[in-house]
Design a protein around this ligand. Sequence first.
Ligand SMILES: Nc1ncnc2c1ncn2[C@@H]1O[C@H](COP(=O)(O)OP(=O)(O)OP(=O)(O)O)[C@@H](O)[C@H]1O
Length: 266
Amino acid sequence: MIEISGLHKSFVGQDGSTVNALDDVNLTVNENEFLTVLGPSGCGKTTLLKAIAGLIGWDSGDIVIDGQPVRGPGPDRSMVFQNFALMPWATVLDNVAFGMRMRGVGKAEREERARTLIKTVGLSGFETKRPGELSGGMQQRVGIARALAVCPKVLLMDEPFGAVDEQTRRLLQEELLGIWEGQQLTVVFITHSMEEAVLLGDRVVLMSARPGRIAEIVPVPMARPRSHDIGAVGRSPEYVQITAYLWDRLRDMHEEHRDVRAGVTA
Ligand SMILES: Nc1ncnc2c1ncn2[C@@H]1O[C@H](COP(=O)(O)OP(=O)(O)OP(=O)(O)O)[C@@H](O)[C@H]1O
């Protein structure tokens, strides 16, 4: 379980001004939950994810995972980035095995696990290719396999399917859900897409415009498993109802933000 309480994070910009990225964020992510996070650009989603990953510090507040305070990165958490962040000079096999190598896993064992994961994400036969020889969707499959290779308890995904075409996105969504349904894994998944947030999530966290706060948490009580035909899930009445609700809330938030800004400048 991830428990985030009273989290504040500000940045000092290059011009010396302070940006409040997160303001009193309180959030609990349940064990094995698939949590999606939606919110306007710049509201602090990536900042929140990086803080959970232990990649950045924060000003005040706590992040506790299974009773242990987060003080930095750890083997219990893996991150998948939008721009894949693969090592361009290394093969698919070496990219997937990298984290295991860093943790001292022997060559034979790490290659065997890497091959299994490469198969899981549908890339068998591409083990010796380099990222530049792969499509965006294939590169993200490598990113997912690499993140899973270290057997994390928590998978942190920063808009992982934002850079791939619609059809590939759908396939990757189904594959990710299939992987998550088959193992013990807590996922925190950032997206710009309302549809994606509802199709994948157990709950959707709506963040408000800067400074980022949790505006609302919307449960998605649709049946699981959903991986077999995500298209059908997207045609269900519950899906239509929840996305319509989210759209209303996002529009309200946008208007509130615009009014606040107008008030400030008036
Ligand atoms: N290293 C940094 N230095 C200064 N400001 C930063 C830094 N990182 C983020 N910010 C600012 O903090 C705010 C939140 O950024 P963040 O990337 O978390 O937002 P986001 O919701 O993920 O945005 P997007 O949806 O566009 O990716 C933004 O105003 C951003 O400019």
